[in-house]
Structure formats: structure tokens, C-alpha cells
Design a protein around this ligand. Structure first.
Ligand code: CA
Length: 515
């Protein structure tokens, strides 16, 4: 009771709250944010070789968007934009983070968890974080700060970085989960061998499957990782259980959140490499581990929904299912995904994937399901960007965004609920050393020299994914209505269009592109 009174006291300080009709009518919000899942990986979006009945049902029962974009084609920048409502390029630290990076969300700056919490929400993050932990010189054997707990989340149970990076431990609040004082201290390094545990380089015979040199650091569960780790063995996770752990902790969070509205951010680690689905999903797609991982995602979605139904929370829970960036088939681990992929096309009708700003890298499956309001069977082409979710959802839940926060996030609530076909005026997309802007049907790509490792990944795609990297196509212009696969560069035919879009991009990226 005391807790509720305190919360009510805080709420009354927020001017907008006085206009909120009825506190208990606020919807619960769950964002299920898959990792590296492509447009073509989901049945509702055209996949025929991977069964995704639960996600398909979610799409059929709500709104399915066919022109929705993540902000970037890699993980850290995309989730940074989603949570802060700012383009990632505004923060030079919002790049794919190394294992030992400090947290890049500035506590108190008005991210999604903070503003929803101020609007009366219980907030949780369960899954892959990859926005940095601690101050950059973290001692993993003691209380760690800052963590998501300092960034507005009441509950935090996270993979600190990614599943291909050390430390391969869960962080429960401010502490390493299952940390044991009898172990040697847990220490990590991004690029320096520490301790003398086997690495992918020194002991390739211990590997479940091999990887490139960068992913040949300390071996955990038969897989080399990015970085080196020593000590803390009791806390090391079991890769097979990562998905189930996310599911069960999420179910627990939902069960514990029945007296107040909740916001659950569920960033799944699947389909990120190394792919180690729970044994019950192995072989279930028939197209190898990459497909099996998607089947596991589908199961997690289904079980999360079942929990909501059992608790009578389904009707007023808004679920958003999407991905942080497009697909990649080979991402450093030789897990057989290319060989076993058959005719499955992870990027659907588009070109490219993760790391690139072709449509395959940034146009992601996006489903919004809220039985109480979103009309079942809605299929919409409206152009959306994840950067707008913070401002759009804030209006829905009566949250107030502090001055100076979420500067790139626009209110497109009705579009996100499938009630309006008003496109975002333009969408900016960020890749590795490349940017794109889409306005109407036109899309301009501005590319620097793409690093060799990105090139290498996309040369390994099966034919429909193969892409000629654009170092020779500095400015390429496509008309997505006629050419969704971005095959016909029209830059020479429409120089005025190039100029217009370049100027618009330049207004947003001063310093990166001259005005
Ligand atoms: Ca990702």
C-alpha cells in the first residue's frame, strides 16, 4: 500500500497524468525484439520452410506491417534508437559494442523504460541487452553499476552483451546470476588473453563447430567467443537454455505485474550466432540450426501469449513483435546454415541483410497485436520507423517525454495501431559505413567503403541474397514501388532526386555529410 501511495504521489507531479482517464485501462506493453530475424523468416511474411504458427496467429489477430524499419542494420544502434527515440549516429558510442563496453544509455535522460515508469508502469527487460554494462571497467564479482536497473527498468535479467561475446553469464539486476565465491574471480577482456582456459585458437578440437579468428576466444559450451574470460565458472550460462530462460523469467515478470500496467522489453538472442537451440527444437525446421532458432522464437511467442491468456491479461496487452536488423546466414560460425538452408530466403523479396542498408537489412517483420483496440486482419504498407515507438506509445500511455529527450521520435500512434496510412515523411537507415533515406517510394543509399568482413558475409549468401557491395555506387537511387529488390540504380537518370534526398540526409547528419 505504501508503495502504491508513493507511486501515486509521483504520478501526480506529472501534468499529463491528470488527463489520463482511468489508470487501469492502460494497456500492458510487451516488445518482443528478435535478433537478426529477416523479413522472409516468418510464415506470415512469406516463409514456407520454417513453421511459425504462433507468430502468424499474432499477425492475423492484429496488424501486420510490410514497410516498417529498424533504425539500423546492427544491434546496438537499433536498440539504442528504439529505447531513446534518437538516431544512433547522434551518439558516437552507439556502435556494435565490444564485450567490456560501459553502458551507453545515460540514466535519467528519458528512455522508454524511464518515461513509462513515470507513467505508472512496472518495467522489465529480460533478454539480450548489448547497450553496455557498468562504467567500462566493470568488476563482475561485485555489485555492478550502471545496469538497466539504473536506466529505468524495475526488473533486469540480461545477457550483458551478445551470445557470441564474453562474459557468457546472466546479469540479474546488479549482480552476476549464480556467481559463486568459491570460483576464481570472473574476469574478461575484449582482445587480450587472460587466464589459461582453452580458446578456439588453442584447442580447435574442443569446438562444437569452428568459427573465424575473431570468434575464437575463450571456449564456452564448445563454442569460441569474441573475447577472453577467466573464472566465474558456476555462473557460465548453458546456451541451450538461453531462450527458455528468457521465456520463464518473462512469464514470472508478467505474473508478478498484475496489479499495475507493465512494460516488458523482451530482446531475444535468437537468431544471433552461435545458434544453439534447445534440443527440443533441433531439426524442427528441416533447414538447419538457423531455421530451428526461428521455431524456438515462435514457441517463446506462443508460450508468452498463453501466460497472458491464463492470467486474463491478453485483451489489454499490446504486443509488438519485430527484429533489430535483417538476417545474416553466415555470421562467423560454421554452423551449416548455408549448406542446410535449402530454398529458404531470409530477406524475402529484398536485397542484402544485416550490416547493410538495403531493404533486407532494415525492413523487418513488424506485428502489432492488441485485442482491445487493434483490428484483427489488418495488413498495412504504412512506412514506419522503430525510432517513433517511444513518442507514439507515450501518448498512448500518458507518459511525458522530458525536454531534449527522444528528439528524433515522432508521434505516429495511429499508424502503429493500424488505423492510419499516413507514412512517416522519411525514414533514415544506418548500416556499417553506409546510410540510406527513404521518402515515399524513393530510396537513396550513400555508401562509404564497406569493410571486407561485411563483404565476406554477403558473398556467402545463397543467390537471392548476394549483393554487389556499393563502394562503386556511392550514391544509388532506387524506386521501391517498381524495384523493391533494389536492382536498378536510377541515380544517373534522376540527379535532382539524388540531390533532394542527399540534402535531407545531410540536414540530419551534419558533419557526416556536408550540408
Ligand atoms: Ca542483431
Amino acid at each position: 500500500m505504501k508503495h502504491l501511495l508513493t507511486k501515486a504521489g509521483i504520478l501526480c507531479l506529472i501534468p499529463a497524468c491528470t488527463f489520463m482517464p482511468n489508470e487501469d485501462k492502460k494497456p500492458n506493453i510487451i516488445i518482443i525484439y528478435a535478433d537478426d530475424v529477416g523479413y522472409g523468416d516468418i510464415g506470415a511474411y512469406g516463409a514456407t520452410l520454417i513453421p511459425t504458427p504462433e507468430i502468424d496467429k499474432l499477425a492475423a489477430g492484429g496488424a501486420m506491417f510490410t514497410s516498417a524499419y529498424c533504425m539500423a542494420s546492427t544491434c546496438t544502434p537499433s536498440r539504442y534508437s528504439l529505447l531513446t527515440g534518437k538516431y544512433a549516429f547522434r551518439n558516437p558510442d552507439a556502435q556494435i559494442l565490444p564485450p567490456d563496453a560501459g553502458m551507453i544509455l545515460e540514466p535519467g535522460s528519458g528512455n522508454m523504460a524511464e518515461v513509462f515508469r513515470n507513467a505508472g508502469y512496472r518495467t522489465g527487460v529480460i533478454g539480450k541487452w548489448h547497450l553496455g554494462i557498468g562504467d567500462g571497467s566493470t568488476d563482475w564479482n561485485t555489485e555492478i553499476s550502471p545496469t538497466p536497473l539504473e536506466a529505468g527498468f524495475d526488473v533486469s535479467f540480461v545477457i550483458p552483451s551478445t551470445n557470441d561475446r564474453v562474459p557468457t553469464v546472466w546479469l540479474d539486476g546488479n549482480r552476476v546470476h549464480n556467481w559463486n565465491e568459491n570460483d576464481a574471480p570472473l574476469r574478461i577482456s575484449n582482445n587480450r588473453q587472460i587466464g589459461n582456459l582453452p580458446t578456439g585458437r588453442s584447442h580447435p578440437e574442443l569446438l562444437r563447430y569452428p568459427a573465424d579468428g575473431y570468434h575464437s576466444g575463450t571456449i564456452v559450451n564448445g563454442l569460441g567467443r569474441i573475447g577472453f574470460m577467466d573464472g566465474g565458472q558456476s555462473a557460465w550460462w548453458d546456451d541451450e537454455m538461453l531462450g527458455i530462460e528468457i521465456l520463464e523469467r518473462s512469464q514470472e515478470f508478467i505474473k508478478d505485474s498484475q496489479t499495475e500496467p507493465f512494460f516488458l522489453f523482451m530482446p531475444l538472442h535468437q537468431n544471433h550466432t552461435p545458434r544453439v537451440p534447445h534440443p527440443r527444437f533441433v531439426g524442427k525446421s528441416g533447414i538447419g540450426l538457423r531455421g530451428d532458432h526461428v521455431v524456438e522464437i515462435d514457441y517463446i511467442v506462443g508460450e508468452t501469449i498463453r501466460t497472458l491468456e491464463e492470467l486474463g491479461l491478453r485483451e489489454n496487452t499490446l504486443i509488438i513483435f519485430s527484429s533489430d536488423n535483417g538476417p545474416v546466414v553466415w555470421d562467423s560460425y560454421y554452423d551449416g546454415a548455408i549448406e542446410s538452408g535449402q530454398d529458404h530466403i531470409p530477406n524475402g523479396p529484398f536485397r542484402g541483410g544485416k550490416y547493410l542498408v538495403y531493404e533486407g537489412g532494415t525492413r523487418v517483420p513488424t506485428i502489432v497485436n492488441w485485442p482491445a483496440r487493434v483490428k484483427a486482419g489488418t495488413v498495412s504498407e504504412v512506412v514506419l520507423s522503430q525510432v517513433d515507438l517511444l513518442t507514439s506509445l507515450s501518448r498512448l500511455v500518458g507518459a511525458v517525454i522530458p525536454e531534449g529527450a527522444a528528439i528524433d521520435s515522432q508521434d505516429h500512434l495511429e499508424a502503429w495501431l493500424g488505423e492510419s496510412e499516413n507514412d512517416r515523411e522519411y525514414v533514415i537507415q544506418q548500416g556499417i559505413n553506409m546510410f540510406a533515406i527513404r521518402k515515399g517510394d524513393w530510396k537513396l543509399i550513400l555508401a562509404g567503403t564497406t569493410p571486407a568482413w561485411v563483404d565476406h558475409r554477403h558473398n556467402n549468401y545463397p543467390n537471392p541474397l548476394s549483393t554487389t557491395l556499393p563502394s562503386s555506387e556511392l550514391h544509388s537511387l532506387y524506386n521501391l514501388a517498381d524495384d523493391p529488390g533494389e536492382n536498378h540504380n536510377l541515380a544517373d537518370t534522376y540527379p535532382e532526386k539524388v540531390k533532394e534526398l542527399l540534402a535531407l540526409l545531410g540536414e540530419n547528419l551534419p558533419g557526416i555529410i556536408g550540408k
